[in-house]
Design a protein around this ligand. Structure first.
Ligand SMILES: [Zn+2]
Length: 393
């Protein structure tokens, strides 16, 4: 078997094992991947040796040798990735294992509007240290960092309007975010969307094609097709929060006017409801349910703005499912009726594929979890270097 065939077969075997709803055996995987039992068994041995799969040995099997064709295989719980998040109101660090379980989680609230990058990134590094301490003993594949802005080569954070950051060199982060744990940096909405696209590393979620909305003060967006964020030529696609709802509207932090996030961002919603300071979306939802007129008007205004912006996105891209994440998740049931109504009016194909609004499952740290998932997905797509490095030691 040539090296490239082995790489392909390792990826197919691991992919088939992780994608299945129930634990697969070597015999199952031989059928799924159309290989012989001997080949499937050899590939599984390599994946088990690399910690990417583990054998589920029942107590009554304890005295039988491992590697039998009928032994069920589970994702390797000893392999994990570090996921990091910088937001306007928090920094977070999580460790997620190959089964998709969050094994460590640290969050520190803060007000990062118009902040300086260095102290915020130093706080993030301290949280990462704590998460890594909790995850001692796990084999880490790498780290991912979710940021609310445009990321360029380098990596450089080109611009994050709500943090007030621009041109931040992310190639030189404080330890432990250097060396092997230098994070792959991505847009927070693109990464958070992975928590919807994947139920666990290598296992697709219920939705493969959708528009995901994220964020808190601002609104991030991601367009996902076939389970992958469509990021465009430079990686900057999906900025639904800066789609114009009203060109004569107020000035946005991005320099444009009347952007969606000025109507549906958390701060904009609180202000429209006549509430001072940042207000939790759950509190706003309670006010709407209690019939508070200002809160009802604020949420209806946000739903209309979302409908105008998202109908444009759906008309252009034919992705008629909208997933509400971030702060919009908590207002999902209050936003849904007016939002679906506006989408039905404005989406040309609504009669044949009615636009659907789905509320994301609770995942308060979706960007950080998604950042870790992104690294684990990269490992699942090409496990050979990992396996070879472990068999060489
Ligand atoms: Zn804007």
């Amino acid at each position: 078997m040539t090296r490239s065939q082995r790489a392909t077969n390792l990826a197919r075997t691991l992919g088939a094992a992780l994608a299945a709803a129930t634990p697969q055996t070597r015999a199952d995987l031989a059928v799924t991947t159309s290989t012989t039992r001997a080949t499937a068994s050899r590939l599984v041995d390599d994946l088990v040796a690399g910690g990417l799969l583990q054998e589920q040995v029942r107590p009554d099997d304890a005295r039988r040798p491992p590697g039998r064709p009928g032994t069920p295989l589970a994702p390797g719980r000893g392999v994990a990735a570090l996921g990091l998040q910088v937001d306007v109101d928090r920094v977070a660090a999580v460790v997620v294992d190959l089964a998709g379980e969050v094994r460590a989680e640290h969050v520190q609230p803060g007000d990062h509007r118009a902040s300086r990058p260095a102290p915020v990134l130093a706080r993030l590094a301290r949280l990462a240290h704590r998460a890594l301490d909790d995850a001692r003993g796990l084999d880490l594949v790498g780290a991912g960092l979710a940021l609310p802005g445009l990321v360029g080569a380098g990596p450089t954070l080109l611009r994050a309007p709500n943090l007030g950051w621009s041109g931040v060199d992310l190639g030189r982060l404080p330890p432990p975010l250097d060396g092997d744990l230098a994070p792959a940096v991505g847009n927070e909405a693109d990464l958070a969307a992975l928590t919807v696209a994947y139920a666990a590393p290598g296992r697709p979620g219920d939705l493969a094609d959708f528009v995901y909305l994220s964020g808190s003060t601002g609104i991030g967006g991601a367009v996902v097709v076939d389970g992958r964020p469509v990021v465009g030529r430079h990686g900057w696609a999906g900025e639904v929060g800066h789609v114009t709802v009203d060109p004569d509207g107020p000035v946005c932090a991005c320099g444009s006017t009347g952007c969606l996030e000025l109507y549906a961002g958390a701060r904009a919603l609180a202000s429209a409801a006549g509430l001072a300071g940042p207000v939790a979306s759950a509190e706003l939802a309670r006010l709407v349910e209690a019939g508070d007129a200002s809160a009802v008007a604020a949420v209806e205004g946000a739903a209309r703005a979302l409908g105008i912006a998202l109908s444009t996105v759906v008309n252009v891209l034919d992705v008629p499912v909208v997933v509400l994440g971030g702060h919009l998740r908590e207002l999902g049931e209050q936003l849904r009726p007016a939002l679906e109504r506006t989408l039905s009016q404005r989406v040309l194909s609504a009669s044949w594929a009615p636009p659907r609004v789905v509320v994301a499952e609770r995942h308060p740290l979706a960007p950080a979890v998604g950042a870790a998932l992104g690294r684990l997905q990269a490992l699942v797509a090409d496990p050979q270097p990992w396996c070879d490095a472990r068999s060489a030691t």
